[in-house]
Design a protein around this ligand. Sequence first.
Ligand code: NAD
Length: 368
Amino acid sequence: MSTNTLLILPGDGIGPEVMAEVRKVINWFGENRGLKFDVSEDLVGGAAYDAHGVPLHDDTMARAQEVDAVLLGAVGGPKYDDLDFSVKPERGLLRLRKEMDLYSNLRPAQCFDALADFSSLKKDIVAGLDIMILRELTSGVYFGEPRGIFEEGNERVGINTQRYTESEIERAARSAFELAMRRGKKVCSMEKANVMESGILWREVTTRVAKDYPEVELSHMYADNGAMQLVRAPKQFDVIFTDNLFGDILSDCAAMLTGSLGMLPSASLGAPMANGRPKALYEPVHGSAPDITGQGKANPIACVLSFAMALRYSFDQGDEATRLEQAIEAVLAKGLRTGDLLGAEGGTPISTSEMGDAIVTALQESLE
Ligand code: NAD
């Protein structure tokens, strides 16, 4: 069996706490499912700054380029707020994303039945929801030139440029279709082709790429209508494919359909490596949560679900990823809740490590 290499970067704040629970899950898969991981661990963010004076050491960067997947906890915290911009903890994360050229950002919006009451929408609209937003991450209006604030006559003008090349659209579109092939085989592409030339090109290229995936049903939607449809009837979607700016907004909107920040994983994928696996960074959406650090209150589920995404997208273990997601569903169905998940309907309060243990127990029960 080929070795699965994994670089763990716990980072700052609650990062190491939630990562300790992921370690339990990784060990369980090694001991019970024959899934062996060659795991190395290193520093990122403030922790790397404390040790090396930089938020990401060159050796760590080089290691990240070699492994099958990087799993990151969180970076940042008040201790580092006054650091120079160039060495702020976030720069470590941004360097990873940039140098690994992670152009596809995957943000699932999955609503566990036991938490459907947590959504701001009605329960029947979100219960069982399972959609994925694929946002192009390395181009578009956040990077296009010209940009800046310029003098024009007797006033200033702020300029940003939406710019996409065909190849940038095409490689992200391929990710979206590959993703759909592993899911519900539907892609809805969202842009503003009615008012933006970049949107016209986006639609053309996506339609062209779709011809290589005849099993996948492609539809197009203007992004403003897409936002409306996401809160009206989100279950109509499988994979939503969109650009950097619209994806930023739509993915936050979709994420909140599901309730708590402590439940949201993400993946950022790049080009395939020599072994066919994509360059990949998996991380929870939440930050380092300094307000609860060191108190055993952090919910590790977002980070565990990020590992489930690694199982599915880097290690081709979709069935085991589903086993892990179902174990989490079972834990929640038992009413076990970290503090962030304790709503009006109550539940049994448990700590970060008790949640990790409960997930491992549910995994074990899945074998019985
Ligand atoms: P945050 O996500 O850290 O916290 C927001 C709120 O959600 C806090 O009340 C926190 O306690 C809660 N929360 C977050 N994750 C949780 C979890 N797993 N379980 C239970 N509760 C959880 O965002 P913030 O407070 O705006 O930022 C704190 C620090 O994190 C800042 O330094 C910021 O720059 C950094 N940050 C890092 C990342 C990242 O590493 N990707 C992302 C966002 C923010």
